[in-house]
Ligand binder design. Structure first.
Ligand SMILES: [Zn+2]
Ligand SMILES: [Zn+2]
Length: 304
């Protein structure tokens, strides 16, 4: 590598780092912040849907947020690697004028491939050899909270974050290209579903698992059971666990116990203690500043 190439790469990193970091941090803070806010503001609605009697401790939440920030860093590094891959021509995105049909199709493909990647990586991390070094940290959260979403050890963060550049590289090598906007939608869908799986309250409406039209989409109880009593390695869908016989034997019964009819949240029931009110304000502020950063990130992605 010549000096000029090295300078070119360091310039690219310097140019994109702040935006990329804001984009990855923003997604986590907005998704987990909004979910926490909903649980606090509509407390009575949420309380009726609480899954475990055990409560997450404050120390647990702090651990979750701190290790999630570490994960954000690794997601930032891989987003940066993707952008540099695009600029050097190793990774290709489809031209800007992709139709909505193409974007929707590409989105579905990325979600399906990621669901398989997650299931098998997750099962591998539960093996005796890998568990301690990779996945034990995530399972310190026996009662998940929205902040558990990115609570990974360094090794797990690397494994989770590696998906996007590896996938895009593999697709580019075959000569195809994915629409950039489909990847953008996928990244949002991923964090939102991740936070929903860890909210600790069954936010899916009663009847979900009794309708074949919906039962293939995993509920909060599905992943909550994974934290409290094993089984259920899947992410977005219940398919892999059913094909591989790893679904929790009482999944549906447990879901029926936790879920309530959709209903509207009963008015404004938020009468939290001062510390909780401060937490709500702080999350709102964080979400607002993260949104601002997010648009910078989107601008950077669009410009790339
Ligand atoms: Zn696990
Ligand atoms: Zn989890």
């Amino acid at each position: 590598m010549t000096d000029a190439t090295i300078t070119h790469f360091t310039d690219l990193i310097a140019e994109h780092f702040a935006n990329v970091f804001y984009f990855d941090l923003g997604r986590y803070l907005i998704a987990a912040g909004v979910a926490s806010l909903i649980l606090l503001v509509f407390r009575r609605w949420a309380e009726a849907r609480r899954i475990q009697t055990r409560r997450a401790s404050r120390a647990g939440r702090t651990r979750e947020v701190l290790s999630s920030l570490r994960t954000v860093f690794f997601f930032g590094v891989t987003t940066l690697a993707t952008l540099i891959g695009v600029e050097t021509g190793v990774i290709r995105f489809e031209e800007d004028n992709a139709s909505w049909i193409t974007i929707a199709l590409h989105f579905v493909i990325v979600v399906l491939v990621h669901d398989a990647y997650f299931y098998w990586a997750h099962r591998a991390m539960h093996s005796k050899t890998l568990f301690r070094a990779t996945h034990l940290h995530h399972h310190k959260s026996r009662t998940p909270t929205p902040w558990t979403a990115y609570s990974f050890s360094t090794w797990e963060a690397v494994i989770e974050a590696a998906f996007m550049p590896l996938f895009l590289l593999a697709i580019s090598l075959t000569g195809y290209a994915i629409a950039a906007f489909a990847v953008f939608l996928f990244l949002w869908h991923m964090i939102i579903r991740n936070v929903m799986a860890h909210t600790g309250h069954e936010i899916f409406p009663a009847g979900w698992v009794d309708t074949p039209w919906l039962d293939w989409i995993s509920t909060t109880t599905h992943h909550d059971l994974h934290h409290s009593s094993g089984h259920n390695y899947g992410f977005y869908f219940t398919w892999w666990d059913r094909w591989m016989g790893t679904e929790h034997p009482r999944y549906k019964q447990e879901f029926r116990k936790n879920a309530k009819p959709l209903g509207w949240p009963e008015s404004w029931t938020f009468k939290g203690r001062p510390a909780e009110q401060a937490a709500v304000l702080l999350s709102a502020l964080l979400a607002a500043s993260a949104s601002a950063g997010l648009w910078l990130g989107v601008g950077a992605l669009a410009a790339a």
